[in-house]
Design a protein around this ligand. Structure first.
Ligand SMILES: Nc1ncnc2c1ncn2[C@@H]1O[C@H](COP(=O)(O)OP(=O)(O)OP(=O)(O)O)[C@@H](O)[C@H]1O
Ligand SMILES: [Mg+2]
Length: 368
């Protein structure tokens, strides 16, 4: 887009600034090092001079003078070292603060109890999430979210961009912890679970799909060597990608890390869906699962959600395009981080469309 020149100049500017700062910092540190060195030498010379004076007047022996000089050298060396290593000291202190903060935030139990496999009862009670305080002023991303779902229910989360849909998804899968309120799966909040154990019971398709370097088989198996081929194929069939994978040059063994075969956006999204539904987890969260899909992919997605419902999973789908919520029974509408509506799909959609169609139609809409 003709940005090479501009970006180069922009980068050059930043680099020049960095170089300037580097030079300034170098100058200062050199000044401080030279100052401490000069002081040390002065002190040492002073001790030697005093020793010489006292030795001449036979107050001390010349040996004491030499000993005093050596002792002074030893005593002052740590000061030099402290100045030289001050940077490391500051870094260690910062790292300590960061670690303490992280550790106090994650009040994970040292030995969580192995809870039984959840059924998929999801309860969200007065959940709020704020932005990170490290990034400046805190502002709410989500506020007062309240709903609950039973196994076999599917919820569609709709709302404009930046309304907090993806943030809710991250909270529901335990990537983020709520600042207020609680999220419970079968009655237990996420910090009561062993992280790895909980992960098995959750399927998550993030908005920006990341497949990991490895084969398609390994990716769908979540890199767990204990997952059998039957389970992998069942997940692929549930996600409707079995045929698509067979068409690839090496089928399930296609190596995504080698660069021999690059998946398209839609292919990657559908394979990530298979990874999300591996072993039919009790809770499945799909964030914009149809963002890259064609109509065939859309239909496959609707079938997947229907089948997950039949098998008793609780499903939450974040969506912009209505085709993704074809199979859901309930709708949660977000706006600016607030819960605007929650209820059965028809009820919420009729309310929402009434609001949308109330303003006079634009010329384009009228002709349409
Ligand atoms: N890691 C983060 N740290 C701070 N703020 C964040 C972070 N992620 C998202 N936000 C903020 O949270 C708000 C909601 O973002 P979110 O990604 O949940 O929106 P969304 O509804 O999924 O939008 P879209 O439809 O575009 O995907 C935005 O204002 C965004 O700036
Ligand atoms: Mg999003």
């Amino acid at each position: 887009m003709g940005m090479v020149g501009h970006i180069s100049r922009y980068w050059q500017d930043i680099r020049n600034k960095a170089l300037g700062h580097g030079q300034l910092a170098g100058g200062r540190s050199e000044f401080i090092t030279a100052l401490t060195k000069a002081t040390r030498m002065l002190v040492q010379s002073g001790i030697l001079a005093l020793g010489a004076y006292l030795a001449i007047y036979q107050e001390i022996t010349p040996g004491t003078m030499i000993a005093a000089s050596i002792l002074a050298g030893r005593a002052l060396a740590p000061v030099d070292m402290a100045v030289g290593n001050w940077k490391n000291f500051i870094r260690a202190r910062q790292a300590y603060h960061r670690l303490s903060k992280t550790l106090t935030q994650k009040r994970s139990l040292s030995q969580p109890v192995q809870l039984p496999e959840p059924k998929g009862h999801l309860t969200i009670n007065a959940v709020s999430k704020l932005t990170d305080s490290a990034a400046g002023e805190q502002r709410p991303i989500l506020q007062g979210i309240n709903f609950s779902l039973n196994p076999g229910e599917a919820l569609g989360v709709i709302g404009p961009s930046a309304s907090g849909k993806s943030s809710l998804a991250k909270l529901l899968v335990g990537l983020w912890m709520p600042d207020k309120g609680s999220i419970r799966l079968d009655g237990a909040s996420y910090d009561q679970w062993d992280r790895d154990q909980l992960g098995q019971y959750i399927g998550y398709l993030p908005q920006s799909v990341e497949l990991i370097a490895g084969t398609i088989k390994e990716n769908i198996a979540r890199f767990d060597p204990e997952v059998t081929d039957d389970e992998i194929i069942a997940a692929a069939q549930l996600a409707g990608v079995h045929e698509l994978i067979l068409k690839l040059p090496d089928g399930y063994a296609t190596d995504l890390g080698s660069g021999h075969y690059i998946l398209s956006g839609g292919q990657a999204q559908r394979i990530a869906l298979a990874r999300a539904v591996l072993r039919v987890p009790p809770l499945v969260v799909l964030d914009e699962p149809n963002a890259n899909l064609d109509s065939e992919g859309d239909a496959a997605l609707t079938r997947t959600i229907e089948q997950l419902k039949e098998q008793g999973s609780t499903i939450v789908v974040m969506a912009h395009r209505p085709s993704a919520i074809a199979a859901v029974g309930k709708i949660l509408m977000l706006n600016d981080g607030l819960q605007v509506e929650f209820g059965p799909k028809e009820e919420v959609l009729s309310k929402v469309t009434r609001v949308v169609t109330n303003p006079p139609l634009s010329a384009a809409q009228q002709t349409a």
